[in-house]
Design a protein around this ligand. Structure first.
Ligand SMILES: *[C@@H]1O[C@H](CO)[C@@H](O)[C@H](O)[C@H]1NC(C)=O
Ligand SMILES: *[C@@H]1O[C@H](CO)[C@@H](O)[C@H](O)[C@H]1NC(C)=O
Ligand SMILES: *[C@@H]1O[C@H](CO)[C@@H](O)[C@H](O)[C@H]1NC(C)=O
Length: 402
């Protein structure tokens, strides 16, 4: 019996011990679960707070962005206002200038403006001044402008051979293209735009002369072509040709000794004609031994020679020349074509002093000019450079009157 009791007692004891042990474990687990629940509650709260903060931040950002956007548009408006003010100021300055400086060389009634981008750009400011313009023009007859800079260059196209000449009649706005250095024909286009659009010379009228033109030194003015003619062993002739009726209306002999050409770098240019409001001008070399370029003024109606000057500008290294307001600008280069530059000026009225005339550099190009023809209405040069037809836009200033 005794061992049975002992076993029972020991079993009871063990049972009680196990019960204690399990109770403890349960308590422990319950506490852990409570702690985890607490922590989860905390996390939940925290994440809620973060979410709210994030929303606040978003709202703040949106507000700041709005503010920035408003400031930006305000700034933009301010800038626009300033732009308008600058525009107005410029126009006022133009007006003041037009009141104090006579704009000669420009005849409003005859002004034919190309519909190009440049013309559009200009037409905005010009209309308002037109009344003053007319009044000024009637008051002023003398040309008082001098080139101050080459404002821009526009390479229009490349047609024909490396040497040639092109020009625009300021009165009719028609364009004339003389390919090469001699020939009996040339091309007429209705406008610069027409010429620029045309494939090659396709959209042109081809005009054939009764005799050959010699050298890229022709001039077109008011429906007339003036050209140089030099047939073998004969004297140089200046010929006037009516482009409408296609008839030679006059011609005159121009006595030149030998076969000297006016520009040393372009030997094909025997003599160079320019026609403008003031008359018909001829640049030439009076003889082989004469180092300087000579200038003659002719009557465009009768081709009479009215006056002759020695420009004192050397023929050596000259490639072309043009006349603006009675001032000759001679353009020089080097035999290996580099940068063309105006390095000598001659004013028939002796009003331009050489210090006043700027040393003008043409924009860098790879060729050399065979001809440069000035259009007084547009203040543009029509240049032929290695087969490229180029327009140079000029900025003018007033001659210092003594
Ligand atoms: C220009 O002249 C050259 C020869 O001098 C000739 O080969 C060319 O076809 C001419 N171009 C035009 C468009 O007349
Ligand atoms: C000029 O027109 C003729 C047909 O009239 C055409 O054969 C030729 O290709 C044209 N030239 C150019 C340069 O488009
Ligand atoms: C040519 O012009 C220069 C000035 O550039 C002058 O010194 C020279 O005497 C002139 N020569 C002749 C022959 O007129």
């Amino acid at each position: 019996m005794k061992p049975v009791l002992v076993l029972l007692v020991s079993m009871a004891w063990t049972f009680t011990g196990a019960q204690h042990y399990y109770q403890g474990l349960m308590d422990y687990l319950e506490n852990r679960l409570l702690a985890i629940e607490d922590r989860m509650q905390l996390w939940h709260e925290q994440s809620h707070r973060y979410h709210t903060e994030l929303l606040d931040f978003k709202k703040l950002t949106a507000e700041t962005m709005d503010g920035l956007r408003q400031e930006h548009s305000m700034l933009f408006k301010d800038l626009e206002g300033a732009g308008v003010r600058v525009d107005r100021m410029e126009r006022e300055m133009d007006y003041v200038e037009s009141q104090t400086s006579p704009r000669a060389c420009v005849n409003k009634a005859d002004k034919v403006v190309e519909q190009g981008a440049w013309a559009l750009e200009e037409s905005r400011g010009e209309e308002e001044e037109e009344d003053d313009w007319e009044e000024l023009h009637s008051r002023v007859s003398d040309c008082v402008e001098i080139i101050s800079s080459i404002r821009s260059v526009k390479i229009l196209k490349r047609v024909g051979s490396p040497k040639g000449m092109w020009t625009r009649d300021p009165k009719s706005s028609k364009v004339y293209v003389f390919n090469g250095t001699a020939g009996d024909s040339f091309y007429q286009f209705d406008s610069v735009r027409e010429f620029s659009r045309s494939p090659g010379v396709n959209n042109s009228r081809r005009i054939t002369l009764p005799s050959e033109w010699t050298g890229p030194g022709s001039a077109v003015y008011n429906g007339y072509l003036y050209f140089i003619q030099q047939e073998a062993d004969r004297d140089v002739q200046v010929v006037k040709y009516d482009l409408l009726s296609e008839l030679v209306t006059d011609s005159a002999m121009f006595p030149l000794e030998g076969r000297a050409s006016v520009y040393n770098l372009n030997p094909e240019t025997i003599a160079d004609l320019t026609a403008d409001d003031e008359g018909l001008w001829l640049l030439y070399a009076s003889s082989d031994s004469e180092p300087n370029i000579s200038l003659a003024k002719m009557d465009p109606a009768t081709l009479d020679i009215e006056q002759i000057w020695d420009t004192r500008c050397p023929r050596e290294n000259a490639e072309a020349a043009f006349i603006v307001c009675g001032t000759v600008y001679v353009v020089y280069n080097t035999r290996l074509a580099s940068r063309s530059r105006v390095q000598c000026v001659f004013d028939v009225n002796d009003m331009v002093i050489s210090e006043e005339a700027p040393l003008l550099y043409f924009p860098r190009r790879y060729g050399a000019h065979t001809s440069l023809k000035y259009n007084p209405e547009e203040k543009q040069l029509y240049g032929w450079d290695d087969g490229y037809q180029i327009i140079y836009r000029l900025t003018m200033k007033r001659k210092l009157l003594v």
